[in-house]
Every structure is written in structure tokens, then in C-alpha cells.
Design a binder for this molecule. Structure first.
Ligand code: ZN
Length: 243
């Protein structure tokens, strides 16, 4: 089986379509494992939900998914994120709201636990350093965990009780072995590691590998749609910088 592991689509349809095309160009895949934040920030929330639902998939809830349906207050969001969230809320159909409403906080698939932020705090916690990651290994049962939320492709590996982290380089294939892992495939719709290309991973059960890929998409097309919809300028500009 081959699983498309992706998250933080953030209403960026052009990026999501480019990722799906890129995966298919590398071979058939069986299912999408989505790590949350389908909506928020970008110009096409409904289209992204619809495209995801066209595929066999599982998806966990992200903070933006909850905020868009009023399940989470935007008081902790920065002002531009909150503005985009209120715009997103106005676009969603009742079916979209039902879909986002039923997303679970955590899902187990094979040897993996899927969450948005962290196993300990699936909605809010960012895993960006070894200490936080080390604590989080106690909060899931499976050997491996997949996270999103930080929009940065990273690997946390537990060596004899100590978590070590490293960036997950493009084109790298990580072979699953004894050591427990927390893996972030990066963001589809709003990368924040200085590389503006969409980021995702593929889990291949035959080889027991997780491979990381980047793909260019039409950033200008997404930015144009954001302008037309009056979304905040800082959110439009950051897509070009990947930050
Ligand atoms: Zn996100």
C-alpha cells in the first residue's frame, strides 16, 4: 500500500492539486492520510474539502478547521489569521461544516498515530524542538506518529530515550526501524521552512519507507484569488517566501 501523507492544505487548491498530481506521477496511491488544517488562510476552502472528500482518506482536526466552524475561539489567533478565519467561516456550506465538525483529534492507522499539532495537545502544541518532542513520545502508543501544524518538515527520533531532531530533506527516504519516530511532512498550502514549494510525504508499506517530496505549484494563481477575495496581504506575500 502507498499512502499520501499530507497536511496544512489551508484552502490552497492549486498547491493541493499539484501535490496530488505529483504523487500520481510517482505511482498509484491507495489513500490520503491528512493531518488537519484543510481550511484557513487560503482562497478556496470549499474546493479543498471537496477534493479531499473525492479520495479515500482519513483526516484529523486542525486548529483552523475548528476555528472556521466556531469550535475554537480565534482570540489566540494573530489578527490576520483571525480575519482569514472569519472569511472562511462565511464560505462554508452546511455539509462542509458537518464534515469539519466530525473530524477526530487523533487517528491510528497501521503503526502510525495521526494528529495535527502533537499527541499531547493535538490542536495547539507545536513540535519544533527535541525537548517538547521527547515529552510527547509518552502520549502515543504506536511506534510512529505523524504531525502537521508547524508547517516545517522534520523528523524526531527517539534514541535510547532521548529525542533527536533533524530536518526531513527533500527526496529523502526514511526507513522505518526500531526507533520510534514523530514525522512532519511539511505543509501543502503554506510552507514555512523558507521553501515555497508544496511539501508532502508518501508512506510505502512494502518498503517500510516514508519519503519526502516537494513540488512547485502556481503560487501567483493562489495569490491572485486571495487578492480578489480581500484576504490579508501578509498572508498573500508569505506564500512567495515560504515563510
Ligand atoms: Zn496549519
Amino acid at each position: 500500500m502507498r499512502y499520501a501523507v499530507l497536511g496544512d492544505i489551508h484552502s490552497n487548491l492549486a498547491a493541493f492539486e499539484a501535490v496530488l498530481q505529483d504523487i500520481e506521477s510517482r505511482g498509484r496511491f491507495d489513500k490520503i492520510w491528512c493531518l488537519g488544517d484543510v481550511v484557513g488562510y487560503g482562497p478556496e476552502p470549499r474546493e479543498c474539502i471537496e477534493l479531499l472528500r473525492n479520495y479515500d482518506h482519513v483526516c484529523v482536526a486542525g486548529n483552523h478547521d475548528w476555528a472556521a466552524i466556531g469550535k475554537l475561539s480565534t482570540s489566540d489567533f494573530n489578527p490576520v489569521a483571525a480575519r482569514a478565519c472569519h472569511w472562511t467561516a462565511q464560505q462554508l456550506s452546511p455539509e462542509d461544516i458537518d464534515y469539519l465538525q466530525q473530524l477526530p483529534l487523533s487517528i491510528c492507522q497501521d503503526d502510525f498515530t495521526l494528529v495535527h499539532g502533537s499527541p499531547r495537545e493535538p490542536i495547539w502544541e507545536y513540535l519544533l524542538g527535541s525537548e517538547t518532542a521527547q515529552d510527547n513520545f509518552a502520549y502515543f502508543e504506536t511506534p510512529y506518529c505523524l504531525v502537521g501544524h508547524s508547517h516545517v518538515p522534520l523528523i524526531f527520533e527517539l534514541f535510547e530515550g532521548v529525542a533527536i531532531y533533524r530536518v526531513f530533506p527533500e527526496g529523502d527516504s526514511l526507513t522505518l526501524a526500531e526507533n520510534r519516530l514523530i514525522i512532519n511532512p511539511g505543509a501543502v498550502g503554506q510552507p514555512r521552512d523558507g521553501d515555497p514549494r508544496a511539501s508532502y510525504a508518501v508512506y510505502d508499506t512494502d518498503n517500510q519507507t516514508v519519503s519526502h517530496y516537494r513540488v512547485e505549484y502556481d503560487i501567483a494563481a493562489t495569490q491572485k484569488k486571495m487578492m480578489e477575495r480581500g484576504l490579508p496581504l501578509p498572508l498573500i506575500a508569505r506564500l512567495s517566501r515560504g515563510w
